[in-house]
Design a protein around this ligand. Structure first.
Ligand SMILES: Nc1ncnc2c1ncn2[C@@H]1O[C@H](COP(=O)(O)OP(=O)(O)OP(=O)(O)O)[C@@H](O)[C@H]1O
Length: 333
């Protein structure tokens, strides 16, 4: 359904070019869920905004985003308008602000449905009632204004809107950040039910790899604008192979709860002047001279792809990777 090929996004910022997404390729099938994880600033949001053509004017996008046979990078504004909502919908971090405060929530939902589907107001209202039921909101809330909703209810209303037209793909960018854990579980259960029932594809953007572990079939780990490891979620989170994924995995207790939290020293590089070769090299305990060449994203026997020159050393590294001292900052040029 979705095929992203060699996608590049460059921002012009303060007279400099910032390479936020650099040669990303990925796919998504119907009924499948793909998680995109990585630290803040690694390009997750930019990647999804590029897919949805929602980037600001200072961004230049190159590459292909094939969605149901159309290249979205080159699609006209009118063509895009047609597929947004109907085929492609977005649940954002700032979903709370996406509702218009001066309209009743139900009217906003009905309007969205009627904008795309030629149906009566009564039909659109009946569909809205069903959607609200699906996300656990009583139909009387259709007649209330956004300020009457709690944060969790607004998030559910946004999810109802995202689902309104039965899109083929939903991009969810930190969709539950503002919700408590119980509500978060309910929202994900709902998204997952829709994925399984309606054959909708889900792209989930998050910092939180435990959310990906619970909700995604496949995962793409991003670092400094590039995918460094990509494949089956269980394979990758049970036995990560890229040193960055190993570091990220160490930094999360939620997955098994029995290990010490270890952070990766330092931070992602300045993307206006990224390191030559592997972008993770300055923070990588396994880095060697060979890492001055850019590592290709190579497919391994188990089907995952990894971009690292030092894979033969990874098994031995796994043991010492559990020690905080391993990750102490060693600046490598
Ligand atoms: N409009 C913009 N103009 C210039 N640079 C930008 C713009 N938007 C994002 N960037 C830069 O692009 C890089 C990637 O940012 P992006 O928001 O995609 O990362 P992210 O992984 O989604 O982070 P977060 O998890 O914090 O949302 C960052 O260096 C960011 O500063």
């Amino acid at each position: 359904m979705l095929g992203v090929q060699d996608l590049r996004v460059t921002f012009q910022s303060d007279g400099k070019a910032l390479s936020a997404v650099d040669g990303v390729s990925l796919t998504l099938d119907r009924g499948e869920s793909l998680g995109i994880v990585g630290e803040s600033g690694c390009g997750k949001t930019t990647l999804t905004k590029a897919i949805l053509r929602l980037l600001p004017a200072n961004a230049k996008t190159e590459g292909r985003v094939e969605f149901q046979g159309k290249n979205l990078v080159e699609l006209s504004v009118a063509g895009l308008r047609e597929i947004r909502w109907q085929e492609l919908s977005l649940i954002t971090q700032s979903a709370m602000n996406a509702l218009d405060p001066v309209w009743r929530v139900g009217d906003q939902l009905i309007e969205a449905i009627r904008l795309h589907d030629d149906c009566s107001k009564a039909e659109a209202r009946a569909r809205s009632v069903k959607l609200f039921d699906l996300v656990g909101l009583k139909s009387e809330w259709l007649d209330r204004y956004p300020h009457e909703y709690s944060g969790g209810m607004k998030q559910r209303a946004i999810i109802a809107m995202a689902l309104a037209l039965g899109p083929a793909m939903i991009v969810a960018d930190e969709p539950t950040t503002a919700l408590d854990v119980v509500m978060q579980d309910q929202v994900f259960a709902e998204i997952d039910r829709i994925r399984a029932a309606g054959k909708t594809g889900i792209v989930l953007i998050t910092h939180d790899i435990s959310l990906v572990a619970e909700n995604c079939d496949r995962v793409a780990v991003m670092y400094a604008g590039k995918i460094v490891e990509y494949g089956n979620t269980k394979d990758i989170l049970d036995l990560p192979k890229h040193p960055y994924t190993i570091g990220l995995r160490n930094a999360f207790a939620e997955l098994d709860g029995d290990h010490e939290l270890i952070s990766i020293s330092g931070g992602p590089p300045d993307l206006t002047n990224p390191p030559k070769g592997c972008r993770f090299k300055p923070r990588c305990p396994l880095a060697s001279d060979g890492c001055n060449r850019e590592p290709p994203l190579s497919v391994l026997d188990d089907g995952r792809s990894v971009a690292c020159h030092n894979l033969p050393q990874v098994e031995a590294f796994r043991g010492v990777a559990k020690l905080a001292s391993t990750w102490e900052m060693v600046e490598r040029s």
